[in-house]
Each structure stands twice: as C-alpha cells, then as structure tokens.
Design a protein around this ligand. Sequence first.
Ligand code: ADP
Ligand code: MG
Length: 594
Amino acid sequence: MGRIRLLPDTVASQVAAGEVVERPASIVKELVENSIDAGAREIEVLIRRGGISLVRVIDDGCGMDRDDALLSLERHATSKIRFAADLQAVATLGFRGEALPSIASVSRFRLTTREPHAIAGTEIIVNGGKIDIVRDSGEAPGTQVEVRSLFYNLPARRKFLRSENTESRNIEHQIHLQAIGHPQIAFTLLREDRLVFQLPVTATLSDRIRDLYGAELLERLIQLDGNASGKIQISGFIGQAGLSRQTRAQQLIFVNGRAIESGLITAAIREGYHTALMKGQYPVTFLFLNLDPAAVDVNVHPAKREVRFRDPTAVREAIVHSVQQTLERGRTKWQEKFRAPIAPLSSAPDKVTVDLKLRSEVTSPETSQRELPAVAGFVAPGPFLKPHEVSSQRSIKPDSNEQQFQIIGVLNKLYVLMENVNGLVLVDQHAAHERILFEELRRRMEEEGVPGQKLLLPHTFDLPPRDADWVERNMSILQKMGIGIESFGPNTFKIDSLPAFLNASNPTQFMRKVIDDLKNASTSSSAMRLGEEIIAKTVCRHAVKANDPLRYPEVEKLIRDLLDCEMPYCCPHGRPTMIQISLTELEKKFGRKI
Ligand code: ADP
Ligand code: MG
C-alpha cells in the first residue's frame, strides 16, 4: 500500500512531452500546425542554435482571448474536437490538445496572442510547466510563441539532441513540408537572424515548388494524373524517370493535407516507378492523396506522422496506377522532344564526312583507331564497327530535315555522343544495350517464350550443391527465357541452347556468372525462388558484360532500338542510359549566359 501515486500535472506533462517533443523540429511542427489551423496567411519562424536555444513562431491567425490562452496550456485542451466521434473525421492538423502543455513543460515558454478586434492581447510566461506571469500585451493580432532553452530542466533529454546543424536541417525540412502542403500561406524562415527563405503566397503548388526548389527541378517533374472520379484522389508532381535522390528529403507525401510518412505509400510509389528508379535511390515526389477522412485514421502516432488506411489495398493500387500512368505520359512527351527533327548541320558537315571517308578508306581499322581523336566523325569508327559498316553508316549523314539525332562519336569506347534539338546527349552503350535486351526478353517471355538457339556443342558443367539446388528450383523460368538447361546427373547440368540475341561467347562461364549473381539476390530476399523479372535483369547484365566489343551492334541501331524501348532512359537496374546536356546548360558553363 502507498506505493502508487498520482503524478503531479507538470511531471505528467513532461512524460507526455517525450512523445510529442522529440527534438526542436517537432516543436516547429506543432507550432506551425497550430498557426495553420488558426487560419494564418503568413507564418514566420526564427530559430537559434538549431532551435535548442530558441524557436519563435509568429502568425497572423485568429489569436485567442485570455481564457482560451490559459486553457490552451492545459493538457487535453483543444478547440478542434469535442466528441470521440469527431476523431473519425478530423479536418484540422491538430486535435490532441497536447502540444502546447508538452512544449511548455520542457522549456522556457512565452505565448502572446491577440484576437483581431480585441483592445489588448495576453502574454503568458511559463517555465518548466509552471505559469509565472499572465499580463496584457500590445502585440499585433495573431499569436507568437517563443520556446527557449529546450530541455533545460531535463538534462538527460538534452543529451539526445544532435548537432545544431542537424537540428537546423530537420527544422528546415519540417517547414518545407508545411510550405509545400500550404502554398496559399507565406512562410519565412530565419536562422540566427539571417534569412534562409521567404516564400510569398502563391496560387499553385507548382509556383511554390519553383520558389522553394528552383525552376530546374520543376522542369523535371510531371504532374500526377489524378483520377478525379474515384474515391481516392491523387494529385501533385513526381520526378520523371531518371530523376532520383540519395535521401528521402524530397519524397514528400500528404494525406488530406497532412505531411506523413508511410511505408505503404513509399512502397507503392516504388512499384509504380518499377525499373525507372535506380537501386538505393529515392524518387522525388510531391504527392497529395485525398480521400474521405473517415477512411483514414490519423490518431495512430502521437506526433501524427503516421496514418492507417481502412482500405490499404485500394490506396496502394491507386498510387501504383497513377505513378505508372504519369511516367508513361512523361515518356511520350520526352520521346517527342528527343525525336524532334534537328536542323541539318550548316557549317563544316562535309569536312566531317570527308574526313571519315578518308580515314575509313585509306587507313586500316587498327590505325584509324589509333589516329582518331577520342571524339571524331558522326559515327563511331571505334572498336566495334568494321570498315564496311562505316561506309553503310554514311546513309545517316544529314541529308534531310528528318534527322532526329546526329551521332557525333564515341567517347572512351563507351559513351555515344549525339546531338539533338536540345543540345548534347550522352548515351551509355552498356546501359542502353542492357535495357534493349531486357525489354526484348520480357516481351518474348510474355508472348510465347524465348526461342533458344542451339549451341554447336552442348556444354556440361558442375555446380556446388546449393547452387545446383537453386538451378533446379528456377529451371522452368530459365527455360522460358530460352536458356536450354537441364539436369545431367547429380549437381551436373547440360546447356545446349541460348537465346540468339544474348550473344554469350562462353555459355558455361556466362551461366556461372548469372547463377552467382542470382544466388546473392536470393539469399538476401530469403526466398529461394526469384521472380522472372530479377532473373531477366541479371541475365541481361551478364549478356552485356560477356559481349565482345567487336560484335557490338552498330551504334545507330542501338540508339534507334533504345528510343523504341518502353522505358528508354534507364537500364533495368535504374542506372541512366542517357544524359542530356542542354544548350542552355552549355551556355551557362561557357559564361555566355548567367
Ligand atoms: P491541438 O492543436 O491538438 O488542439 P495544442 O496544444 O497544439 O492542441 O493547442 C491547444 C489549443 O490552443 C488549440 O486547439 C487552439 O485552439 C489553441 N491554439 C494553439 N496555437 C494557436 C495559434 N497559433 N493561434 C490560435 N490558437 C491557437
Ligand atoms: Mg496543435
């Protein structure tokens, strides 16, 4: 008996604060959300020393009278919901009535607030949860909250804070989220009294994105196809294929206007991008999901960062579909641009042609290879084109306005340099070839299976038991890919055909490499069975590596085949196949334009 005690209110608040106030960025989040809920048109945030020494948020919202201001500091005091049933359809960002008392219990806190037509405002000063001063104040209408010396009374919590720089960056990210979610509100951020950004009120999301991240990013975004009719509406922007980041910092997701983190949604976005996203990279998204508030539970996480969907499958499908459709539309637009006819070379085209002709006719391929500069001619007379092929290439010299791209040469035996309407294009031959093979393999597998081409002599080879086990399990997929592999005694296999277009010069070596690679993939994905897709990707990667450079398909065909691909701008693993350097970019680099 007598061991259990009711905690004093200030202690209870500090305990609760642990969930809401993790770091300075959580304070900024809660205060800015309050300002938005208060109908502010303009919000200014000032931070010092990563928000640890000071966070100040000023808004021009509805303000509070004295009674409400005092009440707002009580736990579970809120103007935003009244009954449990209201939780089913929360329309405001806040609703838990916890933020202000939690913040005030772990800092030196000052609130000044005034309603638009009130004669005077109210100032309240709270230290460590204890109200010290309540008096009149003469501030402008709206609310101003100052939070100083965060965790001054909880040294243990203070130790968990990161460097001032990291905390500042977290805060900045937090304000980015709010600013993207509310373009109709002006935001200002000051750090140590220096202006970080000042965003004016804008009419549209795209204007806000431009103001915050620049026009260059906006140009690389595609507007999402919102299926306006359905119950789940999706809008906003996503990065075109090939645009990705090393962190999640620009993967912004909003559900009914609330910035959230959701494994379900990020996975769905990934699925939508499919092979258009580089492994380990994150897409750029400004994705807004709107659905019936009753179909989402926002009361899952104290900081309201996570939500629960009543019908997660429907949400997933809607996102995958929308992302796919949007990328598809982006691709068509992109290809049109890529295929726009370019003007025939006006100066010195003859020189280039003559030059090449001379070299290819007068010199042997070996000498031409040595003598040619790294970038030369409009075709690549490099290692993978034989002289007779060079002459056939002359047909693509610019003799009509229909020319869509102009091959300039090959750099380092790997990068094809081309010109198109926009400027310079660099193509990674290997990545391009992988993409072409992959789509071909996938297309044929969908049709009737890939026909194998008989090898002159069947090869037999042994594998360690684990590898053999893997091959046994995946035999049918390999066969469907046109790889004629079968058991030939315990742990021994025979291979007697390969798809013709794979062009592997040493089938056994090729198979060993493929199996090695796939084994790594399968141990990490726990299941021993792998999808067709992964196997196809791996097969293509090794097919390309195994390729003899001399037998490489000629460049022009490669480019045309690539442009015909479904997803031409990256290899099946998501690496870019081509990079465009626009004339504008070149002009900038050469200082012709600023
Ligand atoms: P919640 O936002 O969950 O309601 P808070 O503790 O954040 O809880 O705020 C408590 C109440 O104080 C709010 O419901 C709101 O009525 C009032 N309030 C807080 N911040 C502001 C503000 N900036 N302007 C006007 N009213 C505010
Ligand atoms: Mg709140």
